[in-house]
Design a protein around this ligand. Structure first.
Ligand SMILES: Cc1ncc(COP(=O)(O)O)c(C=O)c1O
Length: 456
């Protein structure tokens, strides 16, 4: 399946430490603990430059949903290359794959009454577009004071200035402050860590009330939109209670605030539903996509707005032009890859598989509660998390710098499993083609890692 791709491994490792700055990592750490350098992939497997093969329980960064090395997507990219590699969508130009993909997305999103698509190169771009369009929408609607963006603590909306200002973890912003003015975070419905209750419905009501109180305090006439992930991902894999999103939709409607769903991770099947908001029975006004839209074969992000929002641009208002976009908005290769990717997602019912395998994975994760460092396990579909603690009784988090964290990661890797450890959480986000045997194999690696640190 794999041939040997890297002839000089030592110099590749040295050049990595010498030349690359890695996101979310101190450069010094790259030298002391060099990254695993992945060179090849096939299906659910990846291989590093040392020749070691891993079961990919991360799908890259929860993005390679259809698995690695899919011939259908490679073929679509090459066929498009044979036509033209690049032409953009600025002003009076367009290209066939971006048009075909837009029509397909709007058809898929008919239940949410979505109407228009605007592209970028990833999730941060998609969020930036959503925030700018939300502000423009209210200017076009005669309410220019509605500019603030509300979001959730623990939320992650990318690392551009807008997304960073909306994201709810100070770690991601301290080095880059000041933030964009007008961004505010309210409490997330985090069942394992909150000061009120263990009852999901009560927590949903409390957090929704807190959102509404903040809206009333600041004034709905100053707020453009509320943005949230259907399941919070990078901030700690937080699954909201089922009653939370419907309450949020109702509050946004009552106060005239746009609801933005950041579906960058949840879109296209990961939660067991084609779109994350469908798990909660809610239709937002704006949706942000990336990752699963084309399984990351070529960078692509998309922001989609519903009919009501799109209507605001059908006017002769002096600000009705969209003065926003990117060179790579609607990149033909990325859109061609997306069309082939969606054929696979729909043809193989990957949302259905994610739901089934996710239920099984979550059931098996309960076994891990036997280890003293495992405080909680949770998830939805193939978006799962294990929360690590120093002490189960106090729920004190295991510090990311604790030696157990490194040992855990190394032991899991040694068992041929790739997972992501973010803060005190192990994040599991495999390709949506995972089957029961892959889940069982992942459990073996997790047991091995947790048993190794429990013994210390
Ligand atoms: C929910 C969410 N929004 C936005 C982003 C940012 O996407 P990107 O890294 O492609 O800019 C991410 C990335 O993980 C994400 O999880």
């Amino acid at each position: 399946m794999f041939s040997n791709p890297v002839s000089d491994r030592a110099s590749t490792v040295a050049d990595n430490a010498r030349y690359i700055w890695h996101p979310m990592t101190a450069p010094a750490a790259t030298r002391t603990t060099p990254p695993t350098i992945i060179a090849q992939g096939d299906g659910v497997l990846v291989r590093d430059i040392e020749g070691k093969t891993y079961l990919d329980c991360t799908a890259g960064l929860w993005c390679v949903n259809v698995g690695h090395n899919r011939p259908e997507i490679k073929r679509a990219i090459v066929e498009q290359l044979d036509q033209i590699a690049y032409y953009g969508t600025f002003s009076n130009l367009s290209n066939p794959p971006s048009i075909a993909l837009s029509a397909r997305l709007i058809k898929m999103l008919a239940p949410e009454k979505m109407a228009r698509v605007m592209y970028g190169s990833g999730g941060s771009d998609a969020n930036e577009t959503a925030f700018k369009l939300a502000r423009q929408y209210w200017k076009l609607s005669g309410k220019p004071e509605k500019t603030k963006i509300f979001s959730l603590k623990h939320g992650y909306h990318g690392l551009h200035f807008g997304g960073m200002s909306a994201s709810g973890n100070v770690m991601w912003r301290r080095a880059y402050e000041p933030l964009v003015p007008g961004f505010f975070q309210v409490e997330a419905p985090y069942l394992y860590r909150n000061r009120w209750t263990d009852d999901p419905d009560k927590l949903a009501a409390i957090c929704a009330d807190l959102l509404e109180q903040e809206i009333l305090y600041q004034g709905a006439d100053t707020i453009a939109a509320f943005v949230a992930e259907p399941v919070q991902g990078a901030g700690g894999l937080i699954v909201p209670p089922a009653t939370y999103w419907p309450r949020v939709r109702e509050i946004c409607d009552r106060h005239g605030i746009l609801l933005i769903a950041d579906e960058v991770v949840t879109g296209f099947g990961r939660t067991g539903h084609m779109f994350g908001v469908r798990a909660w029975g809610v239709a937002p006004d704006i949706m942000n996509f990336a990752k699963g839209i084309n399984s990351a074969y070529v960078p692509l992000g998309a922001t989609v707005v519903n009919e009501r929002v799109a209507q605001a641009w059908e006017s002769d208002h002096p600000l009705a032009a969209i003065m926003h976009g990117y060179t790579y908005s609607g990149h033909p290769l990325a859109c061609a890859a997306a069309l082939a990717n969606l054929d696979i997602v729909e043809g193989e019912d990957l949302p259905g598989n994610a739901g089934r395998q996710g239920d099984y994975f979550l059931e098996r994760l309960q076994e891990l509660l036997q280890y003293k460092q495992v405080g909680d396990v949770r998830g939805k579909g193939l978006m799962l998390g294990i929360e690590l603690v120093l002490d189960k009784a106090t729920r004190a988090p295991l510090p990311p710098t604790h030696p157990a964290s490194r040992k855990l990661y190394e032991t899991i890797c040694a068992h041929g499993l790739l997972v992501r450890i973010a803060g005190n959480k192990i994040i599991l986000s495999p390709p949506l083609i995972f089957d029961k045997a892959h889940v069982d194999q992942s459990m073996d690696g997790l047991h091995a890692g947790l048993a190794a640190i429990a013994a210390d």
